[in-house]
Structures are given as structure tokens and as C-alpha cells.
Ligand binder design. Structure first.
Ligand code: AQP
Length: 329
């Protein structure tokens, strides 16, 4: 692992799924590789947003990165729109991938069916995601399981460009996706066959990273399980219980086997899951509050943008040149 890039959209209500599936790995990887963690505000615009809210959520997402343990002196944290290479490279990726490829993206199918307004950007979003990744000569991309298809497209575009130009014009990135039992797909508390999602209209289905301890306890108490009483890992037959087991395992370090051997019913099990989540999120929430002091996160983003620009501009120039765009003299 040499270079890591990942991004999260600044939508309000970052979830426990975002944390366990992706952000937790960002924190680990920052000590193993050069890391770029982006607040992808341009991606957030694919679904129309209130401007003031988007600005606030962008700052909040960056605060949550730092609060979760990403050290801005070790990794680069920045806002996507602060580095114009992303938008420029985005266009170059749009002209390097095919309409049919974008049409096959299942996230577009899901989101366009749910949203009233379907923007062109929602359709071309995976091309911008490819740009984000390829701009840093990224070797590994830590994301949740739901991003697998988009990442596969990024790899296809990269391989196509390299074949066309007969050299390693861009680095072909590898996915870094945890298996399901390691948090790759945290499920909804109300419908454990669906992924936990920020945009779920059912509040009780999702744990947000900034939920209070009482709210977390209530949501886990109400989480859908099954009519048995056995705590056993079986995502097919017992999706609700298995999901809670994964959450407990990731929040405490206990293995799934240890957890299975510990309980004879769901009452104490759910209480322990709730306390483990509260204990995991409380210090993050405390640091988040400290980071709300004016100017603190803005300074981190300013420094991050300069670092990101220095790395991405030469890569953009390399791709522009290969595609035949005239350099400025
Ligand atoms: N349920 C999940 N389990 C594990 N990982 C998850 N991720 C999202 N949901 C889960 C991962 O978190 C990162 C956030 O990416 P994003 O901000 O682009 O959001 P998203 O992938 O569109 O998913 P969300 O957060 O649930 O938003 P909506 O509701 O808009 O779909 C990614 O690495 C993602 O894989």
C-alpha cells in the first residue's frame, strides 16, 4: 500500500455504517501510506442541496474525519471543490468512459428511482469519482462494499487509458473493502437486508455518528431481530442479529465466536451492543465539539487543499498532455 485516496459526501447524518465500513480504516491506513481523505462536496451537488446547509455539512464532515482520529499532520484532509483539478480531470474521465458503462451502475438506478430530480451529474458521478482517485496515483481505495461497482469502473477506465497510450499513464487502483463481517456492509436496523444509509427516511433504521447516547440506546433496543433467541452469526437466516454482532465485534474487538458464546437471549445482547456503540462514539463526539471552535477546521482544509493541489496538478497535466490538449506556454 503506497497511496490511499477516499472520500465521503458532506450530507448531514454521517452513519455508523460510514464509520465502521470506511472511516475506521482511514484512521488505520494513515500510518501505512500517504493518505488523501476528501470531503466530496462536488458529489453532494448531484442531488440539489441548500447552499448554507452544504457549507455547514462540508465543515462538519471534515471535523468528523479529524474527530474520528485522522491526523491532519499525517494525512491530507481537503474539500474536493478547493482543488480544481478534480473538476477538470472529471471531464477527461467522462470522455474516457462510455454511456453504456454508466447506465449499468446500480447506485444510479436506485438513486434516480428515489429522487424527484435526477441531474446529469447523478448519472456521470462515477466518472468524477474515477478522476478523484486517479489524480493521486492512488494504489488503494478504502470504501464500503456499496462502492465496489464504481471502483471497478475506475479500474476499467484506468486500464483503457493505459492500453490506449501503451504505458502506465495512470495507476490502476486496488479496492480495499472489508468483508461483511469486518464492517464492509453495515445493515439498516429496521430492514437488515438493506444497507444502513444516510438518506433512509426511517430515523430508527440508522445510527448517526452524532446521535446522543439515549437515542443510540433506543434505536438498538428497537432494532429488528427474529423470533428465535439464539445469538448466532448467519447473515442469510438471521440478518438482524448478525448485523448487531458485527457492530459489537467492531466496537469491542471481540470475535464473532466469542460473542455467540456469551448470550442466551437478545435482551442483554442488545444492551451490550448499545453500550459498545456509545463508548465508541462518545470520544469522537467530544473531539467533534472541540473542533467546532471557529477557524480550526478551516485552517486544516486550507493546508490540505495546498497539499492535494501539489500532488494532483502534475497528474492532471500528464493526462491532459496524453489526450492532446495544448500546454500553456
Ligand atoms: N452501510 C454501510 N456499511 C459500510 N460502509 C458504508 N458506506 C456507506 N454506507 C455503508 C461507505 O461509507 C462511505 C461513504 O460514502 P458516501 O458519502 O459517498 O455515501 P454513500 O456511499 O452514498 O452511502 P450513504 O452514506 O449511505 O449515503 P446515501 O444514503 O446517500 O446512499 C463509502 O466508502 C461507502 O462505501
Amino acid at each position: 500500500i503506497k497511496t490511499v485516496f477516499s472520500g465521503m459526501q458532506p450530507t448531514s447524518g454521517v452513519t455508523l455504517g460510514n464509520y465502521l465500513g470506511a472511516m475506521r480504516n482511514f484512521v488505520k491506513l494513515q500510518h501505512q501510506a500517504k493518505c488523501f481523505f476528501c470531503v466530496v462536496d462536488l458529489h453532494a451537488l448531484t442531488v440539489p442541496k441548500d447552499p448554507a446547509e452544504l457549507r455547514k455539512n462540508t465543515l462538519d464532515m471534515a471535523r468528523i474525519y479529524v474527530a474520528a482520529g485522522i491526523d491532519p499532520n499525517v494525512a491530507t484532509i481537503f474539500a474536493q471543490s478547493h482543488v480544481s483539478a478534480h473538476a477538470e480531470m472529471g471531464w477527461l474521465m467522462e470522455v474516457s468512459c462510455y454511456y453504456g458503462e454508466l447506465q449499468r451502475m446500480t447506485q444510479f438506478k436506485d438513486k434516480s428511482a428515489k429522487n424527484e430530480v435526477v441531474t446529469t451529474g447523478l448519472f456521470t458521478y462515477p466518472a468524477l469519482m474515477a478522476a478523484d482517485i486517479l489524480l493521486y496515483d492512488t494504489t488503494h481505495v478504502p470504501v464500503g462494499d456499496d462502492q465496489k461497482q464504481h471502483l471497478e469502473l475506475t479500474r476499467d477506465i484506468a486500464i483503457r487509458l493505459n492500453n490506449r497510450f501503451g504505458r502506465e499513464l495512470v495507476v490502476v487502483p486496488e479496492p480495499y473493502i472489508p468483508p461483511r463481517e469486518a464492517g464492509g456492509r453495515i445493515m439498516s436496523l429496521q430492514d437488515p437486508t438493506q444497507k444502513m444509509s444516510k438518506s433512509d427516511p426511517d430515523e430508527s433504521a440508522t445510527i448517526h455518528m452524532l446521535d446522543t447516547p439515549d437515542v443510540i440506546r433506543k434505536k438498538i433496543k428497537r432494532a429488528v431481530t427474529d423470533s428465535e433467541s439464539e445469538v448466532r452469526y448467519d447473515p442469510e437466516k438471521k440478518p438482524g442479529v448478525s448485523n448487531l454482532m458485527v457492530i459489537l465485534s467492531l466496537c469491542t474487538g471481540m470475535s464473532l465466536d466469542e460473542i455467540a458464546g456469551r448470550y442466551t437471549g437478545y435482551g442483554q445482547f442488545k444492551k451490550d451492543v448499545a453500550e459498545a456503540v456509545v463508548t465508541t462514539l462518545e470520544p469522537i463526539q467530544q473531539r467533534y465539539r472541540e473542533l467546532c471552535e471557529p477557524g480550526v477546521i478551516e485552517e486544516i482544509l486550507e493546508k490540505g487543499a495546498a497539499e492535494a493541489e501539489a500532488v494532483s496538478t502534475p497528474v492532471l497535466r500528464r493526462v491532459q498532455d496524453a489526450l492532446g490538449l495544448l500546454p500553456r506556454t
